[in-house]
Design a protein around this ligand. Structure first.
Ligand code: XLS
Ligand code: NI
Ligand code: NI
Length: 441
């Protein structure tokens, strides 16, 4: 495939192809076969894999104990516009070589923020024009855009939750520009991750006012975007903490409650991130199921945490068992509503070769593909579904069915219990369920 841009950044690496599990070519997919049909859709359609601009092109590996370690050849030019274009060239070369169809960004991943709002807007619109050309030349699309309202020191006390209205308004200006950019690029969705929307101490916090302000802010942003013709879905991305001690969009259940409380349920769904689920003491599959139950399973940020130290390490997914359980929820709930699978993950600080970025994404895509195949086989070839429905068989007939359809009064439960006496003990069969999954992983 022809690669756009003047310079090739990932030299020596060609298009990544599916070669099957017998291949020992490290730069090939072993399980992700984009055109393979599983449960009525191709893998490409199921996943809509996306590259995250921030980790892949901006994150050089700095941590609290030391600076970045990665020298990205697209981040050398002193002129911010030239540097942004180089970065865009590298982004599109990477996505195209991976054979992915999507990317995601924060506003100031695309180009460095300027000293004034007006100048930042100018920079953004210049780079958006450039990205438009790159999109139409390559066919790569924007899965979602978002605004970074958490890095700049002005947001140290929050953005839409800030106690100072001037900061809230500045965040509004930034979100407006990010929405404009997303719409101009035909973005399919728009994400709100409330990085600093929470508190460090409840002592100096009026929680009710902060949450009401966020609710109003989100409704205003939605109304603005709709007026500009945006047809996509808005996603809230839950996370319990980090950087704040407590983030308001703690987990899926909490976020769904806010969405409903502030009347946003017709336009908002959830973007579930693996590592955020585990930080909230949930499993990934739990968060997907909670979202699906509410009809709000919109999108996925794929990564994994460190299960020993609990940090939000944003590693690439490689836990096939975990993702298989997630893919069971995914397939049974009909997939993602509007979104896709964005690799919100970064290579380790000491993975300093450009090639490592390919290994990381190949491994992530293969993990999801393998898990999808396993989950589909569990559903289609095993007794799993039957065992599960048997557990609830008592609601299919007799009094149980009457209860389910709302035909019983509370006193009928008393009558039923008197007649049937002590219920018989029925095993939950957890180990059998686990073994069925194990057979296909
Ligand atoms: C941080 C979040 C962030 C969002 C986008 O933990 O995952 O990267 O996905 O702002
Ligand atoms: Ni995250
Ligand atoms: Ni994320």
């Amino acid at each position: 495939m022809a690669h756009l841009g003047n310079k090739e950044y990932f030299t020596g690496i060609g298009d990544i192809k599916f070669e099957g599990r017998e291949s020992d070519n490290p730069l090939a997919f072993k399980f992700y076969n984009p055109d393979q049909v599983v449960a009525g859709k191709t893998m490409r359609e199921h996943f809509k894999f996306a590259m995250a601009y921030w980790h892949t092109l901006c994150g050089t590996g700095g941590d609290p104990f030391g600076p970045g370690t990665k020298n990205f050849p697209w981040s050398v030019d002193k002129d911010p516009i030239k540097a942004a274009k180089d970065k865009a060239d590298a982004a599109f070369e990477f996505v195209t070589k991976m054979g992915f169809d999507y990317y995601c960004f924060h506003d100031f991943d695309l180009v460095d923020e300027a000293d004034s709002l007006a100048e930042s807007e100018k920079r953004l619109s210049t780079i958006v024009d450039y990205l438009k050309e790159k999109q139409s030349a390559s066919g790569v699309k924007l899965l979602w855009g978002t605004a970074n309202c958490f890095s700049n020191p002005r947001y140290m006390n929050g953005a839409a939750s800030n106690p100072n209205f001037d900061v809230l308004a500045y965040a509004g200006a930034q979100v407006k520009m990010a929405l404009d950019a997303t719409i101009a690029l035909g973005g399919e969705n728009y994400v709100f991750w409330g990085g600093r929307e929470g508190y460090m101490s409840l002592l100096n916090t009026d929680m009710k006012r902060e949450q009401d302000n966020i609710g109003r802010f989100l409704g205003m942003a939605r109304d603005y975007a709709r007026k500009q013709g945006f047809k996509g879905t808005f996603f809230i991305e839950p996370k319990p903490m980090e950087p704040t001690k407590h983030q308001y969009d703690f987990d899926a259940a909490t976020s769904i409650n806010s969405i409903r409380e502030y009347g946003l349920e017709d336009d908002f769904k959830l973007n579930i991130e693996v590592n955020h689920a585990t930080l909230a003491q949930h499993t990934f599959q739990h968060e997907l199921q909670v979202a699906a139950n509410a009809g709000m399973l919109g999108s996925i940020d794929a990564n994994r945490g460190d299960y020993q130290n609990g940090w939000d390490t944003d590693q690439f997914p490689n836990n096939v068992l975990e993702v298989t359980e997630a893919m069971l929820v995914f397939l049974k709930s009909g997939g993602l509503q509007g979104g896709g699978v964005n690799f919100d993950a970064k290579t380790r600080r000491n993975s300093t070769d450009l090639e490592d970025i390919f290994h990381a994404h190949i491994g992530g895509a293969d993990t999801f593909a393998r898990a999808l195949l396993a989950a589909n086989a569990i559903i289609e070839e095993s007794s799993y579904e039957e065992l599960l429905s048997q557990r609830y068989a008592s609601f299919q007939e007799g009094k149980g069915a009457e209860f389910s359809s709302g035909k019983l009064e509370f006193s009928d439960l008393f009558k039923h219990a008197l007649e049937t006496g002590e219920p018989k003990q029925i095993s939950g069969k957890q180990e059998l369920f686990e073994n069925i999954v194990g057979r296909f992983v």
